[in-house]
Design a binder for this molecule. Structure first.
Ligand code: AMP
Length: 218
C-alpha cells in the first residue's frame, strides 16, 4: 500500500534528520509546509503578505491556505508512490483534511513520532552552536569543537541561536507538547501512531524508522 508518512518530534528530537534519510531511502518527496509557505510569503500579493505576517508572529496560517498547498503539492507526479509530511498536520482539522485527501489518493497515513526525554532535548538545544561561516553544527556537551568557540573546519567563531537558552527552550517544548497532544491522540486511537526511541544514535533510530515503514514492526 502506498503511504503518507507524517513525521513528528519536538524541536531537537532529530525529526528533520530522520525525515531526510527516509525520503532518500524510499524515494519519496519530503514536504515541509513551513518551507512552502516561506516561499509563498516572498510574493508581493495579498496572500504573500498575509502568510508573511502570520509566520513572523509565529501564528498558524489558515486551514484554507493549507488545504490548497497540500492538495497542489501532493498532486504532483513525484508523490504518486507516497510522500513524507513535515510540519503538517498541525491541527485536528488539518488531520481530518488529510484523511479525506489520502483516501481519495488511495494511500494509508501513519504517524511516526520521534520521542526524546526533556532532559536530552534541553542538552541538545542549549548546547547547540553553529559556525557563523559554514553552518556546521556542534554541541558543547555532545560534540564539542576542538577549540572552544571556534569551528574545526574553518576556524570561524561559533554562534548560539537566541532562542536556544533554557527559558525559551522550556517554553518551546511546552507549547509543542500542548499543540501536538490532540493530534497524537487522533492517530493513537486509530492504531496508526508509531513511537520511535530518538535517544539512540542516528543510525539506530533510522533502523527503527525503517522497521515501522516496511511493516516489520506492528
Ligand atoms: P515550520 O518551518 O514548520 O516551523 O513552520 C513555520 C511557520 O509556517 C509556522 O509558524 C506557521 O506560521 C506556518 N506553518 C507551517 N506549517 C503549517 C501548518 N501545517 N498549519 C499552519 N501554519 C503552518
Amino acid at each position: 500500500m502506498q503511504k503518507v508518512i507524517v513525521m513528528m518530534g519536538a524541536p531537537g528530537a532529530g525529526k528533520g534528520t530522520q525525515a531526510r534519510r527516509l525520503a532518500e531511502r524510499l524515494g519519496y518527496p519530503q514536504i515541509s509546509t513551513g518551507d512552502i509557505l516561506r516561499e509563498m510569503a516572498a510574493a508581493e500579493t495579498p496572500l504573500g503578505r498575509e502568510i508573511r505576517a502570520r509566520q513572523a508572529a509565529g501564528r498558524l496560517v489558515s486551514d484554507d491556505v493549507l488545504a490548497e498547498v497540500i492538495l497542489t503539492r501532493t498532486s504532483r507526479p513525484d508523490c504518486a508512490s507516497g510522500y513524507i509530511l513535515d510540519g503538517f498536520p498541525r491541527t485536528l482539522n488539518q488531520a481530518r483534511m488529510l484523511e479525506r485527501l489520502s483516501g481519495q489518493q488511495g494511500k494509508d497515513v501513519i504517524l511516526l513520532r520521534v520521542v526524546v526525554s526533556e532532559d536530552s532535548l534541553m542538552k541538545r538545544l542549549t548546547g547547540r552552536r553553529t559556525c557563523s561561516q559554514c553552518g556546521e553544527i556542534y554541541n558543547v556537551y555532545l560534540r564539542p569543537p576542538q577549540h572552544e568557540g571556534f569551528c574545526d573546519l574553518d576556524g570561524a567563531p561559533l554562534e548560539q541561536r537566541s532562542d536556544d537558552n533554557a527559558e525559551s527552550v522550556t517554553t518551546r517544548l511546552r507549547a509543542y507538547e500542548e499543540s501536538t497532544a490532540p493530534l497524537i491522540d487522533f492517530y493513537r486511537t486509530s492504531g496508526r501512531l508509531f513511537e520511535i526511541n530518538g535517544e539512540l544514535p542516528v543510525d539506530e533510530v533510522f533502523r527503527s524508522v525503517m522497521n515501522v515503514v516496511t511493516g516489520k514492526r506492528k
